[in-house]
Design a protein around this ligand. Structure first.
Ligand SMILES: NC(=O)c1ccc[n+]([C@@H]2O[C@H](COP(=O)([O-])OP(=O)(O)OC[C@H]3O[C@@H](n4cnc5c(N)ncnc54)[C@H](O)[C@@H]3O)[C@@H](O)[C@H]2O)c1
Ligand SMILES: O=C(O)C[C@H](O)C(=O)O
Length: 338
């Protein structure tokens, strides 16, 4: 898939626009591309100069989304695919597959309430990934992430294609929120802020490590507790504000685009690309856990440890384990029984 920029038409455009070095060809697919997340994510991936082919797949409405996005004068060629019979074509040759397919929450629901519908959707899509692009990096957005990632792992294991380095639960929105909320409270420039968020992606399983936040602000304990709660409830804040019209889409598309860009940079050999993600892990006794991950040419290059935790964070870590364990087990059980 590596072609010098000079040889492809898209590459010539890149050279004209000042991308002097070789940029590998990369195909990215968005599954669920006509949805609330899928559409803005398709837009953001179209703007990413690391993408040469963008495949937009959904069960309906992708021709219109693809036609619209394709008119943007950026590097990638865009194609829309609709319906299961076109899924294989969408996936063939993919380097990165982003999955925001499935139903979103309404007020009063937990992410786990989405399990019954989304588990089946994710299972079907992952079976197709195993068949058509078994080497792709998979960025799982569909909720409940704490269960959909284990489902994907089991589907890939059954197909004989599982590579733990290539499966990621996208928890970037938790990091995006933690950075924004911390910057507001600490009165520091949000662009300078870094906060790891570990654990999982639902309620108390989302554990922001504000003790490691930079720039340091020495916020009082009550502020740290309030920031932690707001980060954990960030999704619910949006669900309630949207009042039945879905959950976070725009901030999620932004977060999904950041994470996919990090995956592409890692694949392209850019050094020191580190993002938090929910991956197969030995950081705790749980088989999957979100923590900082170094991305490389094969996906996960290194799962980084948690670093020093405050007493409050140590308590949070112990409290989240039973819920995260049961969500992981629920996903594994589902994948193996049906
Ligand atoms: N990981 C996160 O941080 C995060 C953040 C926000 C939302 N989400 C989750 O992302 C998912 C999508 O949210 P949304 O707001 O975009 O929902 P949406 O309903 O607006 O869009 C979902 C899209 O998925 C499509 N779809 C359904 N079944 C499909 C299938 N089998 N194959 C391909 N596409 C299919 C639908 O047609 C629709 O276009 C939800 O599960 C939501 O909870 C996750
Ligand atoms: O909260 C949700 O249901 C969607 C998503 O997981 C989020 O964190 O915004």
């Amino acid at each position: 898939m590596f072609r010098s920029v000079a040889r492809s038409a898209a590459g010539k455009n890149l050279l004209r626009r000042g991308y002097a070095t070789a940029v590998p060809e990369r195909k990215v697919a968005v599954l669920g591309a006509a949805g609330g997340i899928g559409q803005p994510l398709a837009l953001l991936m179209k703007l990413n100069p690391l993408v040469s082919q963008l495949a937009l797949y959904d069960i309906a409405n992708t021709p219109g989304v693809a036609a619209d996005v394709s008119h943007i004068n950026s590097r990638s060629e865009v194609a829309g695919y609709v319906g299961e019979e076109q899924l294989g074509k969408a996936l063939e040759g993919c380097d990165v597959v982003i999955i925001p397919a499935g139903v979103p929450r309404k007020p009063g629901m937990t992410r786990d309430d989405l399990f019954n519908i989304n588990a089946g959707i994710v299972k079907g899509l992952c079976s197709a990934i195993a068949k058509y692009c078994p080497n792709a990096l998979v960025n799982m957005i569909s909720n409940p992430v704490n269960s959909t990632v284990p489902i994907a792992a089991e589907v890939f294991k059954k197909a004989g294609t599982y590579d733990e380095k290539k499966l990621f639960g996208v928890t970037t929105l938790d990091v995006v929120r933690a950075k924004t909320f911390y910057a507001g409270k600490a009165k520091v420039n949000v662009a300078d802020v870094n906060v790891p968020v570990v654990g999982g992606h639902a309620g108390i399983t989302i554990l922001p490590l504000f003790s490691q936040a930079t720039p340091k602000a020495n916020l009082p304990e009550e502020d740290i507790k309030a920031l932690t709660k707001r980060t954990q409830d960030g999704g619910t804040e949006v669900v309630e504000a949207k009042a039945g019209k879905g959950s976070a889409t725009l901030s999620m598309a932004y977060a999904g685009a950041i994470f996919a860009d990090a995956c592409l940079k890692g694949l392209n050999g850019v050094p020191d690309v580190v993002e938090c993600s929910f991956v197969q892990s030995t950081v705790t006794e749980l088989p999957f856990f979100a923590s900082k991950v170094r991305l490389g040419k094969n996906g996960v290059e290194e799962v980084l440890g948690l670093g020093p935790l405050s007493e409050y964070e140590k308590e949070g870590l112990e409290s989240l384990k039973p819920e995260l364990k049961s969500s992981i087990e629920k996903g594994i059980k589902f994948a193996n029984q049906s």
